[in-house]
Design a protein around this ligand. Sequence first.
Ligand SMILES: C[S@@+](CC[C@H](N)C(=O)[O-])C[C@H]1O[C@@H](n2cnc3c(N)ncnc32)[C@H](O)[C@@H]1O
Length: 258
Amino acid sequence: MLYDHPKYYEVAFSFRDISAEAAFMQTGIERHSRIPVHSLLEIGCGPAPHAEELARRGYRYIGLDLNRTMLDYAADKWRDLHPAPSLIEGDMTDFSLDSQVDFAFVMIGSLYLRSESHLRSHFDAIAKALRPGGLYFLDWCIQFFDPTAWDDKLVFQVEENGIAVRSQIRVRPVESAGNLFEEFWTVDVDDHGRRERYKMAERNMALYPREFREFIDRRKDFEFVGWWADWDLDRFIHDGTNIDRPLVIVRRTAGSTP
Ligand SMILES: C[S@@+](CC[C@H](N)C(=O)[O-])C[C@H]1O[C@@H](n2cnc3c(N)ncnc32)[C@H](O)[C@@H]1O
């Protein structure tokens, strides 16, 4: 599992502009949150790449992840950060926090849900964790394009400090299982000449825009705020918008969880 090797995971995903992504969240909060935001929760936080940028902006960072190795790596990496981050072991399909947060987010498609019942229990958990008026931001979690249309292979190659990582991703539908897909990752690492290959297979439910809107509209405890393209809050998504990264914001209402 690449997730058991956080250092290589970080290199593989280091192509992102973390500062611009944190700035997007801050502007989203300023424009759309109905409550002041002091604390934020990242779902599937991994090595918590946004923790420093968000702490610099004055937010208290809380990360939730299933993988102990990732959490230990993040805790060590950000041990001197102020305000100090909290890193919690838990499953996004069913978790609870000791106290509520003002904002929640999930990055780079890390919504690992396999069924309608996972989707419901995930939003039930977010509803309990998030104060009314607070936002839930989802990066690349809604499929504005068919994942299998990537078809053959997606290949990313990144090199940092003498570590080269080549990731290859293939997505294919699970036969006779509705909107369930299998994602196969092959990751080749060259760490200063030492070579390793990691393979991962994941099954996830694709969430399409219309179904997601209907799901949110049916709930009393969330309302749809909007969706935007490519880290630009001036690029609202309409039919025909050219999108690389679809970004979605919903808001916790005062309504009760069903
Ligand atoms: C693609 S990484 C994203 C890490 C980080 N958010 C980022 O932006 O780089 C996905 C993370 O989700 C975690 N994860 C997978 N399934 C999970 C679950 N059911 N509950 C909580 N975390 C999960 C993995 O351990 C991994 O650290």
